[in-house]
Design a binder for this molecule. Sequence first.
Ligand code: SAM
Length: 302
Amino acid sequence: MSSAEKPATAGQTETWYTETLHHDLRTAYRSRKVLFDARIDHQHLVIFDGGRFGKVMMLDGVTQLTTSDEFIYHEMLSHVPILAHGAVQDVLVIGGGDGGIAGEVFKHEGVRRLTMVEIDQGVVDFSKTHLPEVSRGAFDDPRFELVIRDGRDFVAETDQRYDLIVVDSTDPIGPGEVLFTEGFYRDCRRILKPGGVVVTQNGVPFFQAAELEQTIRFFSSIFADATCFLAAVPTYVGGFMALGWGTDNPGLRSVSVETVGKRFADAQIETRYYTPELHHAAFALPRFIADIVTKGRGGRGG
Ligand code: SAM
C-alpha cells in the first residue's frame, strides 16, 4: 500500500510515496507537492507533483498514471484497436476514470459514442480538477457518457452493443478484481458487435505472468483470437506492459502496416508514441511473453 513517508533530511521535509504492487520490489516517488490524498468511495486516491514524472496518480498504493508517460499507454490501448478495426463507432470503457482513454478515442471523428463505466466518482472529479491534461477535454465532449457503477454489473445487464470495449482497470486487487474474471469477459463478448474487439490493461508480464496467462486462458475459450500486444511504459516498472486482445475476427491484428498507415493518415491525429509501424510490431512478442500466451491457450501457438 502507498505510504506517505517523510524521511528526515537536513531541515527539510520530503514526502515519498511508495508502491508495493510487486513482491520483493518497492518503487518510491518523491512528491514535490501533494495535490490530493484521501480515501474516496472505494479506494485511496493520491495525486501529487512528482517532479520529473509530472503529476502522479495512485490508487490503493498502485501507480495508475504519471503525466510524463501516460500518453504511451492511452495511445496504444486506443489507436491499435480503432485503426485495426477501421470502423469503430460505439466504445465502452470500463474504468478509465482519469479520462485518458476517452481523450485519445475522441481524436477519431468516426467514434459517435463513448460510455465510460467507472466505479469511483471521486477519480473522475479529482482527475478533472488536477489532471485536465490527461483527459484533454473528453469529459465535455458531447459523445461522452459517464456511468458510475461497477463495470462487472454494467456488462452483465446492459442492452447496448459496442464495437470496442477497453478495460482500463486497476490491477486485480480490490474493486478491480472482478474485471479479470471469465464471467466478466463472457459478458463483454455478449455486448460486443460482430467483428468487435476487447482490449485490456493486463499488467507487466515480467512480474504478472499469471494474470496474463489467466486472461489469455479465458479469452481463448471465449474468442476466436486471444493474444496481447505490448507497450513500454517507463513508470509501469518491469519492462513491457501487456495489453490483452480478444476478438472473433483474427484478421484484425494482421491488418497490413499500409492499411493501418492510410487509416492513421486519414484520421489526421497527433500522437507521441503510436505509429503504424509500432502498431504492427506491438504484436511481435518476446519469447518469454509468447510462451505465457501459448500456455494460456492450452499449448496452442499462433
Ligand atoms: N492506466 C491504469 C493502469 O494501467 O493501471 C488504470 C487507470 S484508471 C485510473 C483505473 C480505473 O479503474 C480507476 O479509476 C478505478 O476506479 C477503476 N475501477 C476499478 N475497479 C472497477 C470496477 N469494478 N468497475 C469500474 N471501474 C473500476
